[in-house]
Design a protein around this ligand. Structure first.
Ligand code: FES
Length: 160
């Protein structure tokens, strides 16, 4: 197993931070790398990045909230991505996301189930607008969705 630095960073991530910590755009590059390795940016990871780049923690969180692709919660084993691009939005993408969250018991601010099995996230256009509204689960794309199909689709991944 790779030797771990603080916040569970691998040696590779550690070296990446050393390389980038004083360059312009360092926070975005480093946060991307953290999310790539850990799947999200934990509080510990954000603190470690702030420390290593000599930045205020508020600045790190500022960057994370400005760029919506940074996740602050650990994603579930199965990632449900619901497209909220224009075509999907107009065809009821928000209803699809609401239905998925309601089936999984997720409130407004919660993206992952307590058992870690599922997470639900809105995404931008995934390029299948003709099939709107669209969602994908672990990369499997489902199109022309209606609300009553969502429970069945989620069930397929429960025991997978
Ligand atoms: S807008 Fe949803 S796939 Fe393009």
């Amino acid at each position: 197993m790779a030797e771990m630095a603080n916040a569970g960073f691998s040696k590779e991530l550690d070296a990446f931070i050393d390389e980038w910590k004083n360059k312009p755009g360092n926070l975005i590059m480093i946060l991307h790398k953290v999310q790539e390795e850990q799947g999200y940016i934990s509080k510990e990871a954000a603190c470690e990045v702030a420390k290593r780049t000599n930045s205020h923690l508020a600045r790190v969180y500022g960057v994370m909230s400005f760029y919506h692709f940074f996740k602050t919660q650990r994603p579930g084993k199965n990632t449900i991505s619901v497209c909220l691009g224009t075509a999907c939005y107009l065809k009821g993408g928000q209803d699809i996301i609401d239905e998925a969250k309601s089936i999984l018991g997720l409130g407004d601010d919660k993206i992952s189930t307590d058992d870690g099995l599922f997470s639900v996230e809105p995404v931008r256009c995934i390029g299948c607008c003709g099939l709107a509204p669209v969602m994908s689960v672990n990369g499997d794309v489902y199109g022309k969705l209606t609300k009553n199909q969502i429970a069945g689709i989620i069930d397929k991944y429960r025991d997978a």
